[in-house]
Design a protein around this ligand. Sequence first.
Ligand code: DON
Length: 568
Amino acid sequence: MKKFILLILLCSCFSCKTEIRQSASTTVSPTRGLIAENAMVVSAREEASMIGLEIMKEGGNAFDAMMATEMALAVTFPFAGSLGGGGFMVYRKADGETGALDYREKAPLAATKNMYLDGSGNVDTKKSRFGALAVGVPGNIAGSFEAHARFGSLPVEQVLQPVIDLAKKGFVVSAKQEQSFNAYRRQMLEINNDTILFARVHRAGDTIRNLALAKTLERIVKNGRSEFYSGETAQKLVSFLQESGGIITLEDLEMYKAQWREPVTFSYKDLKIISMSPPSSGGIALAQIMKMIEPYPLQDYGHNSSKYIQVLTEAERRAYADRSQYLGDPDFVEIPTFQLTSVEYLHNRMDNFNFEKATPSSELNPGSIPGFESNETTHYSIVDSYGNAIAVTTTLNGAYGSKLYAEELGFFLNNEMDDFSAKPGVPNMFGLIGGEANAIAPQKRMLSSMTPTLVERDDHFWMSLGSPGGSTIITSVLQTILNVYEFDMTMQQAVDAPRFHHQWLPDEVLFEPAAFETSILNNLKSKGYHINEGQSRILGKVDAILRLENGSLEGGADHRGDDTAAGF
Ligand code: DON
């Protein structure tokens, strides 16, 4: 059901005219999400969307709103938002200029290729996933400041004041958050050897104030970016990490820089897609999949029909196989982007597919490219009233990252080191395998699947989207674009529609539970597809904005979380 409410008072600073759509609590899709004429933010939390919007109402642009939204997520969504994480931003300015910012975490200087192998040569996943050794050098503050310095228009004090106020005033725990805190309390207590703010019992409706984070943010406002990378906060962070058994030094923090990158840009029919380049695999994998499926008449097959699932699955299988072999940090490995995304290579890749039988992953290797021998996340989309659009995905990797919480600073630290390939062929927490291209090395960035994406249609901004979900991010973004483009869904319907996923290995198609027809699943089984409907795992949590034909914006806030669109 479509439910719009007029916001009377979320926080005294918000205008009465702002409309928000309350997060849907059922799986029933409204026909349209929130519609707004000028500007919009869609993020994992209502307060974060509202603060980003407020900054734009004060005259700020999407890049000012990025800093505000990002930091407000650090306050209200500690599951994935944090000063201790990293991410990627893709932008398209009003004049059509596009670009991408990489503020992914880096391996510390003292990291070594085999640092997670035990005496028998097996990967010790406890070390790569939990506690201080799992932490990569955080990039979120560098990223927010870099984007703001280049494109922002309001002073940092003005952008961050509402966030500091929110951290002091507190945010209200949602029912989903209560469940999540309960689910991870034991691990938080174990890793921190003590109780921490988020390991206390917080029930839905309680208010959590994070005064430590407010103080950290106040110091950042006063001293700028260097507060986090060389100032008092840096020193406190390094002492804390070292006391907790970590290897990150002040030098690591001082050396950290966000990096501007060329985004991956490609066409799909009459769309132009602009997505994240390495060290994320998102853009290249999305380009490969979309180019492989482009020749097939998807509309004729029908949404989520057997044939549709087969074509996407087979293209995904082939793209994820290539990912495992060729993709890594472009500052360390040469990536054959041109060859991997060329139409000729990709159409050849689908040559051995037919509708009678699944291609077993065991019989499918990464493609051969001459000259190239083997060698918890959150997304938000913002569009401002000036015509700029951004897509931003940031992460701590696992839920609450490494679970290590810097109580004095008020944030969790990531466990991004697990995104490296700790040992060739051994899966990471998302079941992804990799090799030399994604091996650990000092200062290297670990390969990501994050896929912040912008889409142009007829040379105009059309859609901004992205998702959390580890390896399922790429396929969630893919299906959301197709849902609108091929199947005429509204943005909200496209985000809410049931999803499926394949990633080469393990050789199984993941389906959202109880969302697909049994006859279709049986048909796929009969062709040799391994169906996994049992894992009650959500596949992505997409937040998106669509420009409608009349120029207004439609938000798609995923019903799978507390995600909310705010616009004016
Ligand atoms: O960069 C990546 O691909 C992963 N660290 C993302 C993790 C993630 O999406 C977890 N969220 N549910």
